[in-house]
Design a protein around this ligand. Structure first.
Ligand code: F6P
Length: 319
């Protein structure tokens, strides 16, 4: 393979730049030409392509966001969009593409691979909701950001004897909520993956009050929603003044942690190795700290187990 492209797609995640850097440097080291495709698959449809050399990816490993910009591209779900993208690749001599993104982006990568442009996916999302990989780029940074913010909320909850209901991101997945909740000693973690009733939450707070506790942190996964209502219900049922905070997009920003930079570098390198062997339609991931890769369709059909044991531990030690 003589020329490859790299793009970032879906929600941005800290560490995407480290992945772009790794792909570019690995490609050049293997004698390939590397280009950046901007704003996800839109860049393939519109021909928004820039050359990348070793210096154009200098000084980005530590930066959050993505220097290639990102987007979700509805047109890519249809044959017309895919054909336009293929045409752009043929016109620009792009034989392979590394796609950094989530499940939706991998579907696009499979569709384009089936049309002769070999694509390899790298899981880049703060949600950690990619089944084939224990870890996704951006997850660690997002959890650390959430943890720091919840720590700040705890200061004010403590001062006012309040309950702080904190909603963290994760789309439909509760991984950020679980780990942030454990790391912050949350009184209760509400996620879709674990059955709960609001009575359980009230009782935990009421028992805490009996044990001399004056302030409470309740972490709510985004997929549950209704954090404002949850705070109102807690106040009504327990008598503890409550406030809701939705952390939101602040969790997507910031300089990536060591873990995200290292994972992005490993995965980016491995993706280029696959392309250099003319292997596409794969997704790269991490399992037990080992780099693995799977057929995209197989990866999309996999199931990830929630860490119920960690949840149980949190329930038993946080009261
Ligand atoms: O997938 C990352 C994520 O931040 C989710 O946690 C969240 O549900 C979603 O993206 C938000 O998307 P947008 O940036 O389009 O509002």
């Amino acid at each position: 393979m003589k020329k490859i492209g790299v793009l970032t797609s879906g929600g941005d995640a800290p560490g995407m730049n480290a992945a772009i850097r790794a792909v570019t440097r690995a490609g050049i080291a293997k004698g390939m030409e590397v280009v950046g495709i901007r704003r996800g698959y839109n860049g393939l449809i519109n021909g928004d392509i820039i050359p990348l050399d070793i210096r154009s990816v200098s000084d980005i490993i530590q930066r959050g966001g993505t220097v290639l910009y990102t987007a979700r591209c509805a047109e890519f779900r249809y044959e017309e969009g895919l054909q336009k993208a293929k045409q752009t690749c043929l016109e620009n001599g792009i034989e392979g593409i590394v796609v950094v993104g989530g499940d939706g982006s991998f579907r696009g990568a499979a569709d384009l691979s089936a049309r002769g442009i070999l694509c390899v996916g790298i899981p880049g999302t703060i949600d950690n909701d990619i089944s084939m990989s224990e870890y996704t780029i951006g997850y660690d940074t997002a959890m650390n950001t959430a943890m720091q913010l919840v720590d700040k909320l705890r200061d004010t909850a403590h001062s006012h004897d309040r309950c702080s209901v904190v909603e963290v991101m994760g789309r439909n997945a509760g991984y950020i909520a679980l780990n942030t909740g454990v790391a912050c000693g949350a009184t209760y973690i509400i996620t879709k993956e674990e059955p709960f009733t609001m009575n359980d939450v009230y009782n935990k707070i009421i028992n805490g009050l009996k044990n001399g506790k004056h302030h409470f942190i309740i972490v709510v996964a985004e997929g549950i929603g209704n954090s404002e209502q949850i705070a109102k219900d807690i106040e009504r049922e327990t008598g503890v003044e409550s406030r809701a905070t939705i952390l939101g997009h602040v969790q997507r920003g910031g300089s990536p942690t060591v873990r995200d930079r290292v994972a992005a570098s490993q995965m980016g390198y491995h993706a280029v190795e696959l392309l250099s062997r003319n292997t596409g339609n794969r997704v790269v991931g991490l399992q037990g700290n080992q780099i693995v890769d799977y057929d995209i369709q197989e990866a999309l059909n996999m199931h990830k187990e929630f860490d119920h044991e960690l949840y149980r531990v949190a329930s038993e030690i946080n009261f």
